[in-house]
Design a protein around this ligand. Structure first.
Ligand SMILES: Nc1nc2c(ncn2[C@@H]2O[C@H](COP(=O)(O)OP(=O)(O)O)[C@@H](O)[C@H]2O)c(=O)[nH]1
Ligand SMILES: [Mg+2]
Length: 241
């Protein structure tokens, strides 16, 4: 395809009820803004037939489906999606309609204009938000943000919706065991501080089940500690250089 501008990657596991709407909304919004994009669906062989539905959509839309044989959580699938991205700008979002596809053109514009190299779809800036969350979810989300303040000035560092110029990957290794790829990019990406938060309203998934639980919370805290060590190591290296 000529002049491919944007590759959107979606990790999926059992998103059969959402994938078709997702594809339609993504391309509706990009088409209106005249952005030439492809979509990569990275599915961990979902038993509900998500991949087959995505394949069917590829007859009408520029969709590629990559099937992984083993279920490993969204992290490794996201990294595969980024690796397969053919455009200079890549975007990662969830496949459960939580992240509004209508935000894609606005996010892309910030990269195209040179304002940012990394754009986060953010719930925690003016104009952003979440649909009703139960108090403990709000509390954990707040706690996670406070921990992350040590690492990056980004307000929404657990966001799974982010877009970036692939240049920021040069000379850095993104850790697949880190559960939050976006957070890795905020801390390790070569974005020279050109990071921007684009307001989004996060919607609860319309259908299917969330895979977020205690295991993910624990992984997230380990990930934060890991990145803190990485950052401290870098600071020391620079001091001694
Ligand atoms: N490929 C792949 N995708 C996954 C896996 N687990 C979750 N996902 C996808 O990752 C995205 C976020 O997962 P979700 O369950 O919505 O997490 P939550 O939004 O934090 O509750 C969705 O698109 C899921 O389908 C997995 O094991 N493999
Ligand atoms: Mg979700």
């Amino acid at each position: 395809m000529n002049n491919l501008e944007l590759s959107v990657a979606i990790p999926t596991y059992n998103e059969a009820k959402n994938i078709e709407t997702m594809v339609i909304r993504i391309f509706d919004s990009l088409k209106k803004a005249n952005i030439n994009a492809e979509l990569i669906v990275v599915d961990d062989n979902s038993p509900d037939g998500t991949a087959a539905l995505a394949e069917k959509m590829s007859l009408d839309y520029p969709v590629r489906v990559y099937i992984r044989t083993k279920r490993e959580g969204p992290g490794p699938a996201i990294l595969d999606g980024i690796r397969l991205a053919q455009a200079p700008v890549a975007c990662v979002m969830d496949g459960d309609l939580s992240h509004p596809p209508e935000a894609l053109p606005g996010m892309y514009q910030r990269i195209k204009s040179g304002e940012a190299l990394l754009v986060i779809g953010s719930r925690h800036v003016q104009g952003g938000g979440t649909s009703d969350w139960i108090w403990y979810r709000k509390f954990f989300s707040w706690g996670a943000r406070q921990l992350g303040r040590l690492l990056t000035p980004v307000n929404d560092l657990t966001s799974g919706f982010f877009m970036f110029d692939k240049k920021i990957l040069e000379g850095t290794t993104i850790n697949p065991a880190g559960c939050k790829v976006g957070l890795e990019l905020m801390v390790k990406g070569k974005h020279r501080g050109l990071v921007s938060e684009y307001p989004i309203v996060f919607r609860e998934r319309a259908a299917g089940e969330s895979k977020m639980g205690w295991r993910e919370t624990r992984l997230y805290i380990l990930h934060l500690l890991n990145l803190t060590l990485y950052k401290a190591g870098n600071l020391l290296k620079n001091k001694n250089a």
